[in-house]
Write a protein that binds this ligand. Structure first.
Ligand SMILES: Nc1ncnc2c1ncn2[C@@H]1O[C@H](COP(=O)(O)OP(=O)(O)OP(=O)(O)O)[C@@H](O)[C@H]1O
Ligand SMILES: [Mg+2]
Length: 235
């Protein structure tokens, strides 16, 4: 085996229908974040196919994937990744401004109210608690009204009560806008709220009943929101 080539995911076949909620669970290092960044179009697989809204992400260049992301995808990172030099309101507005969306500030203010942080609009991330920063990150992910929201451990760094608030918030938005949710989580309560749960084990995916999802026969389904059939190596 080439020491520089690390195969992280293998034989993954996963389909997510529009409006579904999916939890990806699994132990540390099993490949959950890698899978999430592939299916969100942040990264490219070294082998395999990824479709979002019927379009082949794996055949797109960075610019095309970036456009797909800004049209369809929201992403909440494990470490929030807010811009420290921007206020809470400016952080929420950022994706909308980059996409030249009209009424960015109005929309950001609405979302700020939705995450119950209207009084913190002018505060910088360093002046906010972890839970508050996570709420800002969720508001930012929703400003472009994505069809699908990916969140990597959205409750991972939070205490139980704050985590429950974040969970409620995600599902409230899911209900209100019909947003598809794909969540990586160690939080059993959050996973249990999702319609479907899959587990990553050493780069492979099994559903909660332990059935392998490597079966390729179902791949012809066309009504998917998102579909992946990928192996991923990192070079
Ligand atoms: N850029 C990279 N270069 C080399 N190896 C990487 C890279 N990113 C991830 N890996 C490796 O890929 C494997 C899967 O990592 P990944 O971050 O997807 O795991 P995870 O399931 O999200 O873990 P955690 O629960 O700890 O967040 C790990 O062995 C990790 O060390
Ligand atoms: Mg991870």
């Amino acid at each position: 085996m080439n020491a520089k080539h690390l195969s992280i995911l293998q034989n993954i076949h996963l389909e997510v229908n529009a409006g579904d909620t999916l939890a990806i669970v699994g132990s540390s290092g099993s490949g959950k974040s890698t899978l999430l960044s592939l299916i969100a179009g942040l990264d490219l697989p070294s082998k395999g196919e990824i479709y979002l809204k019927g379009k082949a992400l794996h055949l797109m260049n960075e610019e095309q994937r970036s456009e797909m992301r800004s049209l369809h995808v929201g992403f909440v990172f494990q470490q929030f990744l807010l811009v420290n030099s921007l206020t809470a309101l400016e952080n929420i507005m950022l994706p909308a401004e980059l996409a030249n969306m009209p009424n960015a500030e109005e929309k950001a203010l609405e979302l700020l109210a939705k995450v119950k942080l209207s009084d913190r609009a002018d505060h910088f991330p360093s002046q906010l608690s972890g839970g508050e920063q996570q709420r800002i990150a969720i508001a930012r992910a929703f400003i472009s009204q994505p069809d699908i929201l990916f969140a990597d451990e959205p409750t991972g760094n939070l205490d139980t009560k704050t985590g429950e608030h974040i969970t409620e918030l995600l599902f409230e938005i899911h209900k209100q806008f019909g947003t598809t949710l794909v969540l990586v989580t160690h939080d059993n309560k959050l996973a249990a709220k999702c319609k479907k749960q899959v587990r990553m084990t050493s780069g492979s995916l099994v559903d909660v009943t332990n059935r392998s999802l490597g079966n390729e026969s179902a791949i012809e389904q066309v009504n998917h929101e998102y579909m992946i059939k990928a192996s991923s190596g990192l070079h």
